[in-house]
Design a protein around this ligand. Sequence first.
Ligand SMILES: [Zn+2]
Length: 601
Amino acid sequence: MKSLFLVLLFLAMNFLSTNAHAQTAPTADEAQDFMNKAEAQLADLSVKVQRASWVQENFITDDTQAMAADAIDEVTAATTQLVEQAKRFDGLALSPDLTRKFMLLKLGLTAPAPKDAALRREMTTIGVSLDGDYGKGKYCRKSGECLDITAIEKIMSTSRNPEELKELWAGWHAIAPPMRKRYSRFVDLSNQGAREIGFKDTGALWRSGYDMKPDEFSADLERLWNQVKPLYLSLHTYVRWKLAEKYGPNVVPPEGPIPAHLLGNPWAQEWGNIYDLLDVREDKGGVGINVTELLKKKNLDPKGMVKYGEGFFTSMGFEKLPPTFWERSLFTKPSDRDVVCHASAWDLDNKDDLRVKMCIQVRGTDFVTIHHELGHNFYQRAYKEQPFMFQNGANDGFHEAIGDAIALAITPEYLHKVGLLESVPQASNDIPELLKQALDRVAFLPFGLMIDQWRWKVFSGEITPADYNKQWWALRLKYQGVAPPVARSEADFDPGAKYHVAANVPYTRYFLAHILEFQFYRALCRESGYKGQLNRCTFYGSKEAGAKFNQMLAMGQSKPWPDALEVLTGERQTDAGALLEYFVPLKTWLDEQNKGKKAGW
Ligand SMILES: [Zn+2]
C-alpha cells in the first residue's frame, strides 16, 4: 500500500577528480567547482541507475537483479568516496545554498557503508539478501498450497475466522527468523559507515534529514503523537468493543490490547478492511460510498482510472502528463513474467520521463493509490528546474503527502462533479465516510511512528539483538495497543516480517505524511475559497489552490522544509490540527458511542 519513491538511488556518481589543491587550504570557489562537477555527474549516473532498476523491477530475472545490484554497489561506493573528498571543505564559509548541498550529499545514503571495500560489499550483499528473503517469503499451508504476501493480505482482508487469521498471521511471521543474524550484522556495518562520516549511528543520520537536531526532531514527533492520541484512543476503544462483540471476550479482551490478527491486515497497520464489522449502518442509516462499485459501473479500466487522477491535477492548472508517461508506464500485471507489483512512481531522466509502475485493480483503494503515486510524479516535474541536489521533496514526508492531500479531496461532491456519482448524500450521513477514512489514516499513525522508534533504538544500541522481539512488542503495545495472537520469544524476529525493516526503508516519512496531508489539504481548501465542514471540501478545478501548491512543489529541497510549508500553509510547524478538525464529527460520535467503555489497555 505504501509506495516507495526511488530517492536512495539518486546520489550516484563516479567522482574521480584529480585533487590538484590537496596541499593548500581549499577556497569557496573550489568548493563550488567540486559541487558543480558532482551534480553534473550525479545527474548522469542517476539516469543509468534508474533505468537499470526500472528494467529489473519490470523483468525480474537473475541477470537484471545482478545488474541492478551492481549499480547500487557502485552508487554506494561512489557516494562514500565523494563524502570523504568533501570533508576538506568542512568549516569553510560558503553560501547557504552550497552549504545545504554539502549537507544533503552527506545524507544521501540510507545505508551508509564502511570505507573498507570488503565490508561495504558484505553490507550490500546482506542488504540485497534481506530484501530478497522478504520478496520470496511464502507460507505453505498443510494442504501444500503456498501463499505469498499478496495472497495472505487478500485473505486477511476478508476472512472473519479467527483461527484462520491466526494461522496466516503466524505463517507469514515465520519468514523472518532466518533474517535475524544478518540484520544485526547489517546494523553494525551501517553504523560503522555512519560514524565514518560523522554521525553517531545510522538512526541519527536518518533523523538529520529534517532540518533539526536529531533530538529536537524526536521531541517534535512526540508532540505530534500527543496531539492525535486522544482521537486514536477513541477509535481503538470503539473498534475493540465491536470486535469483542463479534469474536467474544475470549478472543478479544474487552479492556486489553487488540489481538493483531483481527484488524484486516497482517501488520494491523490499516484497519479499513474490517469496516463491515463496525455496525455503522444501523446507527446512522448511511452506508458510505462504495468507490469500487462506482468505478465498475462506469466500466473503467486501469488506464481510465489513471486519467481521472491526471484530470484532478490538470483541473488545478498543472500541465498534462507527457505522452511517454502513457507509453512507458506499467498499469496492469503482465501474465507472462514476474514484476514488482508494489506501486511506485518514477522519474527516469530527472526531467519529463515520468512513469508509474502499479498492478492496478479496479477498486477504490487503487483509485486512492493512483492519486498518491501521481503526487510523486507532479512533484518531480515541478522541481525539475532546481539544481540536481535540490531535486527532491522538502523532506521525505512531503513527498509522500502530496498525492494523499489530493486523495482527501475525492469527496462525494468531487465524484458527483466528474460524473461518477449520481447524487451527493446529505451531510448527516458523514459518519460512515469519516470512519472509513479514520480506519486507514488514523489507525495508521501509531504504527507509522513505532517502526522507527524501534529501529532508531536498534541503531543506537539501546535495543540489543537479545531483545529485538521483546522490545518490538513493547512498542507495539505502547503506541498501537495491539498484542501478538500467539506467544512470542527471541526465537522470532517479527520486525523482519515488515517490508520496510527487511528492505531498510525509513518509515517516519509515512507518519509525517499522514499529518502533513491534512495540513496541505486544509491550506488548499482555504486557497480555493472553501468555507464549510473540512471533510466535505474538494478543491477540484481551483486554479488558485493549484498555483499555490505549485509554488511549494517547485521549491523542491532547496530550502529547509519549514520555508516550503510556509509558502503553502502560512505555518512553519508540522501540525495535526487540520487532521483533528477533519475528524471532529467522528470524534464526537465515537465518544458518544463509547460512553461507559474503558479507553486504553
Ligand atoms: Zn509514496
